[in-house]
Ligand binder design. Structure first.
Ligand SMILES: Nc1ncnc2c1ncn2[C@@H]1O[C@H](COP(=O)(O)OP(=O)(O)O)[C@@H](O)[C@H]1O
Ligand SMILES: [Mg+2]
Length: 354
């Protein structure tokens, strides 16, 4: 009886329960969907933020690259300004000194010819006296011995010769200084580059010469037919000066650790070769057998202020300025080839016509 009473109720309550459950399911399904769209929109937002962050990071990177470039350019300009100022002050001073030396040297040089002539005349006259009066009075004979006339006759001519060689050297140096100091010459002119190289070598002569510690640095000139090259002569001379000075310094560094004898068996050497390529390009190669440059440094040597030399010795501006003069001012090329321990070659190429 109990069972009978219960039977009809059971499906009904089950149905009800089922409906309740269904409702719940529907609700939680709706909640899930809502949550899902919520998450999707959050995800979208997050992605957008990440995207924006990436973009702004790229922008920042770009900015910092630009800043770096600007800083680099500023460094370059600053260095160039200092160097220009120095060179123009130096140029003016050199020109002034050259001018001042030129006059007195001119007196000496001009008068040496006369004094040589007079000396020859006087010596001839003495010989004539001697010929016709072989036995002069005792006082004259004593004086002849006292001044050692025979030696004096021979030596006077030698003295005058070496004085004339000396003054010619001074004149050459003054001429080189004058040519070299034409740095401010701002006009483009067709010049003989060999003359520029020779002038520069003349100025550097004292650093090539033999010293107590090392024999002379040999300079080999292998000049081709360069003809005239259109350029800013003073600036190009400055490039030669910078490259040659570095070559000398690299050789000096190698010599530091060697004895005189060791250096003598493998002396320092700088070779300068010039050629015309395709009749449009003047090519000047300057090679030394100095320290060489390690590959990791080769890319840096043209950077302003990069130097491997001790403080006070190197400014690190020589190559940076040279690079700018060649590539920007003359639309040419400045290349470096080097083997550490063997030597370095710098090759300057500039168009024959600008
Ligand atoms: N011929 C060379 N041999 C070896 N190293 C060189 C040579 N020329 C340039 N360098 C290297 O390049 C650097 C930069 O040269 P430079 O700009 O002239 O500055 P600085 O001579 O004042 O150091 C030098 O410090 C040196 O390390
Ligand atoms: Mg230098």
């Amino acid at each position: 009886m109990y069972d009978n009473q219960d039977d009809p109720i059971q499906p009904k309550s089950l149905e009800k329960e089922n409906r309740v459950l269904n409702k719940k399911l529907e609700r939680s399904e709706a909640e899930r969907r809502l949550l899902e769209t919520h998450i999707a929109s959050k995800e979208y937002l997050l992605k957008k933020v990440i995207c924006e962050l990436q973009e702004s990071r790229q922008e920042l990177e770009q900015r910092s690259r630009e800043l770096e470039n600007t800083l680099h350019r500023l460094h370059m300009v600053q260095g160039q300004m200092i160097q220009n100022e120095k060179m123009s002050a130096l140029g003016q001073m050199v020109a002034g000194i050259a001018h001042e030396i030129n006059n007195p040297v001119g007196f000496i040089y001009g008068n040496l010819r006369h004094i040589t002539e007079y000396t020859h005349d006087l010596l001839r006259l003495i010989q004539l006296y001697h010929h016709y009066f072989p036995n002069p009075p005792a006082e004259i004979q004593a004086e002849r011995q006292a001044i050692d006339l025979e030696f004096l006759e021979k030596d006077a001519i030698k003295v005058l010769k070496s004085m004339s060689i000396g003054t010619e050297r001074i004149r050459d140096i003054v001429l080189s200084l004058r040519n070299f100091s034409r740095l401010d010459e701002s006009e483009l002119k067709a010049v003989d580059l060999h003359e520029g190289i020779d002038n520069t070598l003349m100025i550097l002569q004292h650093r090539l010469k033999a010293t107590e510690k090392s024999p002379e640095i040999e300079v080999i000139r292998d000049y081709g037919d360069l003809l005239l090259v259109e350029c800013y002569a003073g600036q190009i001379n400055q490039v030669f000066m910078n490259i040659l000075a570095n070559a000398i310094e690299a050789i000096e560094e190698v010599n530091l650790s060697k004895s005189y004898q060791e250096i003598q068996t493998a002396p320092g050497c700088i070779k300068i070769s010039t050629t015309v390529v395709d009749s449009h390009w003047a090519k000047i190669a300057i090679a030394d057998n100095g320290t060489g440059i390690s590959p990791s440094i080769q890319t840096q040597i043209f950077n302003p202020f990069f130097t491997t030399k001790p403080v006070g010795k190197g400014t690190g501006m020589g190559m940076a300025i040279s690079y700018q003069i060649i590539t920007e001012k003359h639309r040419g090329k400045l290349e470096v080839f080097s083997t550490p321990g063997a030597g370095t070659e710098f090759v300057v190429s500039i168009p024959v016509h600008q």
